[in-house]
Design a protein around this ligand. Structure first.
Ligand SMILES: Cc1ncc(COP(=O)(O)O)c(C=O)c1O
Length: 457
C-alpha cells in the first residue's frame, strides 16, 4: 500500500492525498514535499481545502501566465466556443456551439488561431521564419513534430545536436534530446554540446564578459566528425527544468550562426519561455535570434493543454498527409484558449506589469542570499522565472535545504503561504508566479518568504 504525504491540521487535504496514493502511481508527479491540494484559485492565489491562501509561485508549471481563471480570458474562451446557456431548439438536451472535437475537419477558430499566432510571431523581431503552425497537445509532442519536420527534409541527414542538460520532455524524440549523454542509453542520432552553466550561475554574472569561442569549437568538432549528417540543432533559450540557467546572448547567437553556415535547422524550444517569461513576448526577441522553428506550449493556452511548433513552410511541407496528425492537435478547445490568450496579451499591459514586478521579485530573491543555505539566484532581468540554488549547510545537503524551503514556504505564516514545486536538479527552487502579479503582491510575497526562511536556519 503506497504511503501518502500527510501534513498536520489538514484533514481534508490529507484525505485527497491518501486517495491519490491509493489510485494513482507516484510517477505521475515529480516529488514535491508539500503535495498541495488546491480547492480553488483566482489570479495569483490558490486556496487549500482548509481555507489557507497560497501565493502561486509556480503558475502550474509556468502555464497560468495570465493568472488563474482570468475573467476576461474565460469570457473570451467561452465566446470563441460559441457556448450559450440556452438549449438548441432542435433537441433541447443539446446546446449548440462549436464541437469539442473536429478531427480532420476545420473550425473557423482553428484557422483564426493559426493565422493570428503566425502573424504575431512574424511581427516580432526575429520571427520572420515562423510561417506554418503545426499544432500539438503537449510540449513534448510539438518538439517531436518539429524534429520530424527537420529530419524529413533530407532523411539521409539523421543527426541531431542538442544542448546539454536541457529539458524538452520525456516522450519519444523529446526525451532523446533531453539531458545529456551520461543519463541513460542514448539515441545514437543525438549529440550533445555544452551549455554555459558556470558562466551564468548567478544573476551577478549577467554583465560579465562572455567568450563563446569554446562552444564554437565544440560545434566545429561535431561538424568535422559528422559533416552533412548533422541536420538539426535544438536548444532551450535558457535551461528551465535543468535548473534555470539564463545564458549570455552570444552563446545562443553562436549556435544560430553555426546552423546558418552549415544548413542546419535551428529549433528554439520556447515551450516554457513563450508568452512573457523572459520579459518579452518570446525569448527569441530577448536573445536576438531568428529560429527556423519555434516550439510553443504551456502559457500558450493559459491552462488548456495546447502546444505548437511554428516554422518555415518549407520544413513542415516535407511531412506528408497524416504524418503530424493525432486526436487532439488543433482541437477546438485548444484553439479557443489560444485565441483568448492572444487577446489578453494584445489588450494590455501584461508584459509591462511583468517587468515592474520582476524587479521587486529579483531584489527579494537576491536578499535571500543573506541566508546561509542559499547559494545562487538566477534569472532574466525583467523576466518572471528564477532559480534559487541551495548549498550544503549545517550538516544538511543542498537538496534537503531545497525541500525544506518548499515546505517552509507552504506552511508560511498563519493563513498565508507560498506554493512552490519540488526542486529542479535536486537543489534549485523555481520561482515563477503568474506574470500578472502586482508590485504590491510581489512585495508582500517576498517579505513573507524572507521572514519564514530566516527562522528555518
Ligand atoms: C522547455 C520545455 N520543453 C518541453 C517541455 C515538455 O512539455 P510537456 O510537458 O507539455 O510535454 C517542457 C516542460 O516542462 C519544457 O519546459
Amino acid at each position: 500500500m503506497a504511503v501518502s504525504i500527510q501534513h498536520a491540521n489538514e484533514a481534508k487535504s490529507n484525505a485527497d492525498r491518501e486517495l491519490a496514493a491509493h489510485f494513482e502511481p507516484k510517477s505521475l508527479r515529480t516529488f514535491t514535499p508539500t503535495q498541495a491540494v488546491l480547492a480553488k484559485s483566482a489570479g495569483v492565489y490558490h486556496w487549500t481545502p482548509e481555507g489557507r491562501k497560497l501565493f502561486d509561485f509556480s503558475s502550474g508549471v509556468l502555464v497560468a501566465n495570465l493568472g488563474h481563471n482570468p475573467s476576461a480570458w474565460m469570457q473570451k474562451f467561452a465566446g470563441y466556443m460559441g457556448w450559450s446557456d440556452t438549449p438548441w431548439r432542435g433537441r433541447d438536451e443539446y446546446f449548440s456551439g462549436l464541437p469539442l472535437t473536429a478531427y480532420n475537419a476545420l473550425t473557423p477558430i482553428e484557422t483564426q488561431a493559426s493565422r493570428r499566432l503566425a502573424e504575431l510571431l512574424q511581427s516580432r523581431p526575429g520571427g520572420n521564419r515562423l510561417q506554418h503552425v503545426m499544432w500539438a497537445a503537449s510540449g513534448s509532442e510539438a518538439i517531436q513534430k518539429a524534429l520530424w519536420a527537420a529530419m524529413a527534409r533530407d532523411r539521409s541527414r539523421d543527426m541531431i545536436v542538442a544542448t546539454r542538460f536541457g529539458f524538452h520532455g520525456k516522450k519519444g524524440l523529446a526525451g532523446a534530446v533531453t539531458g545529456s549523454e551520461i543519463d541513460r542509453e542514448r539515441d545514437p542520432r543525438v549529440r550533445f554540446i555544452g551549455f554555459p552553466m558556470k558562466e551564468c550561475a548567478d544573476v551577478s554574472m549577467r554583465d560579465q564578459p562572455f567568450d563563446p569561442e569554446p562552444y564554437r569549437l565544440e560545434l566545429d568538432a561535431l561538424k568535422h566528425q559528422f559533416g552533412r549528417k548533422l541536420n538539426v540543432l535544438i536548444t532551450e533559450p535558457y535551461i528551465g527544468g535543468g535548473g534555470s540557467y539564463h545564458p549570455h546572448k552570444p552563446y545562443l547567437q553562436t549556435l544560430q550562426k553555426f546552423c546558418r553556415d552549415n544548413d542546419i535547422v535551428f529549433i528554439l524550444d520556447e515551450v516554457q519561455s513563450n508568452f512573457g517569461r523572459t520579459g518579452d513576448m518570446f525569448a527569441f526577441e530577448t536573445y536576438g535570434l531568428e529560429p527556423d522553428i519555434v516550439v510553443l506550449g504551456k502559457g500558450l493556452g493559459n491552462g488548456v493543454p495546447v502546444a505548437a511548433a511554428v516554422g518555415l513552410t518549407s520544413l513542415f511541407g516535407s511531412l506528408d498527409y497524416g504524418e503530424g496528425s493525432d486526436t487532439w492537435s488543433a482541437n477546438p478547445l485548444c484553439c479557443a484558449a489560444v485565441l483568448a490568450t492572444l487577446d489578453e496579451f494584445a489588450r494590455g499591459n501584461v508584459l509591462e506589469n511583468c517587468r515592474r514586478s520582476s524587479a521587486i521579485l529579483e531584489r527579494g530573491l537576491v536578499k535571500l542570499k543573506e541566508l546561509p543555505f542559499v547559494a545562487q539566484v538566477r534569472g532574466e532581468k525583467g523576466g518572471m522565472v528564477w532559480g534559487v540554488e541551495m548549498r550544503d549547510h549545517a550538516g544538511k545537503s543542498a537538496a534537503d535545504w531545497a525541500n525544506a524551503v518548499v515546505l517552509t514556504c507552504y506552511r508560511g505564516e498563519g493563513n498565508l503561504g507560498i506554493h512552490l514545486l519540488g526542486p529542479l536538479a535536486k537543489k534549485v527552487v523555481r520561482i515563477a508566479p503568474p506574470l500578472v502579479i502586482t508590485e504590491a503582491e510581489a512585495q508582500q510575497a517576498m517579505e513573507l518568504m524572507y521572514r519564514v526562511l530566516a527562522v528555518c536556519v
